[in-house]
Design a protein. Structure first.
Ligand code: CAA
Length: 444
């Protein structure tokens, strides 16, 4: 039985902050830090009536409408987020309340939960949903997996450059229309203190260290994936979507992955005359000498035409949306999957039956690698997406508006600002209830 993603929807925060054009000059920075250094053009940010519930519910609402799925056909709702505002009541209950207010049917018998492991949790929730179906506990019903985050940093934190807000909703079902998940899974997981939010809204981040931890955990997950029987041969994968905190992070990770993937293959042989064979530990007297040789080989590999062709085909297309929206934390890797598939469709690539190697990551820290197979009819699912129109329709904000919006979403501030956009056929934050709960309404 094939199980995987039957349908997918994205919802971007409705405001657009231009990073090189607006944010860099206001901070006295060179715009090329953003375009070249980080690989980012813009952040998508939430208007004052948007939050993790509205974005998640809006993505799910659109998905259910488009797929013609009623609430009675959903047996499970898992929300992954690292921006939760309630330590007891899961975000999935708020989302379910929204959906029940606007759809026929009931979610009373849907099992609801919330997943936390930094940006890793979206993939963990997807995994849980797939396993629930494979275990035969779904009674023919589908699961709704939602990854939703407002990835905001404290003002003047270096992470402010990589902010973003948005949600991805995925319908997980038997005989899926988009991708089926393979059984092999690789994990790299170590207790790390690089990015955390101990009882605080905005993260404490050791940015440079977090990048090293990302690379180390990814390498372990790739080795573990091969140990689990998964193939990493470059010919097996049409696209390699990575968790993308900012595109330049993926540009650093991709050569390491490619180096691993071509080891002991014909591709390593083909490159041997140009850059030599990969260093092996047994050929060196110290670990330091070995690591230095690996670094040198990786730099040479990155400059080869062979690597460039692989990167342009499998990785670059996956970054097209992330460059325009920034980091969506739990949703980020699911954004890159969609971006890669959209670009491949537009380029006329036929991907039915092709493989995706999906590389997820969460600080704290854990990486996960699994493979997916693109399903026949995959373009039909993509044709229903309106993410590009939605990104183009975002309201451009000035630096002063950005400062006020950041304050409006800061739990420590009591700034109440008028919305900058007009809600249209969507769920909005509608104030506070008698027990301090957030309340929502659907605006026609
Ligand atoms: N022209 C070209 N390039 C420039 C430039 C210019 N004018 N100015 C700077 N750059 C380059 C820098 O050389 C640097 O590139 P390298 O890393 O290749 O050297 C890059 O632009 C960024 O510049 P800085 O290092 O000076 O930027 P920074 O000190 O402001 O910090 C950051 C960057 C550490 C990523 C910071 O934004 C941050 O802390 N982000 C949050 C943490 C994060 O995203 N970590 C990623 C891994 S963890 C993860 O993946 C989980 C998650 O989602 C958070």
């Amino acid at each position: 039985m094939e199980v995987g993603i039957d349908g997918i929807e994205l919802w971007a925060g409705k405001l657009r902050l231009d990073l090189p054009g607006t944010f860099a000059p206001a901070n006295g920075e060179d715009p090329e830090k953003y375009t070249k250094g980080l690989g980012l053009q813009a952040s998508s940010l939430p208007d004052s009536y948007e939050d993790i519930v509205t974005m998640g519910a809006n993505a799910a609402h659109r998905l259910l409408e488009r797929k013609g799925v009623s609430l009675d056909e959903i047996g499970r709702i898992d929300v992954a987020t690292e921006s939760a505002f309630d330590r007891s009541k899961p975000v999935s209950t708020y989302v379910a309340g929204c959906l029940e207010s606007a759809h026929e049917g009931s979610l009373t018998t849907a099992n609801k939960g919330e997943r936390k492991f930094a940006c890793m949790a979206g993939t963990q929730a997807l995994d849980d949903a797939v396993n629930w179906i494979r275990a035969g506990r779904n009674r023919g019903r589908a699961a709704l997996v939602i990854a939703t985050d407002t990835a905001l940093y404290a003002r003047d934190d270096p992470g402010e450059a990589t902010q973003g807000a948005g949600a991805v909703a995925m319908l997980v079902a038997e005989d899926p229309g988009l991708v089926a998940l393979g059984p092999e899974q690789g994990i790299g997981s170590v207790d790390e203190t690089d990015f955390l939010k101990p009882n605080q809204q905005f993260p404490s981040v050791d940015g440079k260290r977090s990048m090293q931890v990302y690379l180390a955990r990814m390498r372990e997950a790739l080795v573990d994936f091969a140990r689990a029987g998964g193939t990493t041969h470059p010919d097996e994968f049409a696209l390699v979507p990575f968790h993308t905190p900012f595109p330049a992070m993926v540009q650093k990770a991709a050569p390491l992955g490619y180096r691993h993937a071509i080891r002991d293959t014909e591709y390593e042989e083909q490159l041997a005359d140009e850059i030599g064979r990969q260093p092996r530990p047994e050929g060196f007297e110290s670990e330091e000498a070995y690591l230095s040789a690996v670094k040198e080989y990786t730099e040479a590999l990155t400059d080869t035409d062979q690597y460039g062709r692989w990167y342009d085909r499998t990785v670059e297309p996956t970054l097209a949306i992330s460059r325009q929206v920034g980091n969506w934390y739990t949703a980020s890797v699911h954004v890159t999957r969609v971006a890669g598939l959209l670009e491949a469709r537009d380029a006329g690539r036929e991907l039915a039956g092709a493989g995706l190697l999906v590389a997820s990551y969460g600080s704290g820290a854990q990486a996960e690698i699994h493979a997916e197979t693109v399903q026949p009819g995959w373009t039909d699912e993509l044709d229903g997406l309106r993410i590009r129109e939605q990104l183009a329709d975002r309201r451009e904000i000035s630096f002063e508006e950005y400062e006020r919006i950041h304050d409006a979403h800061n739990h420590e501030e009591s700034t109440d600002i008028a919305p900058l956009t007009e809600p249209d056929g969507e769920f909005v934050f509608d104030g506070w209830g008698r027990m301090g709960e957030r309340e929502y309404a659907f605006i026609e």
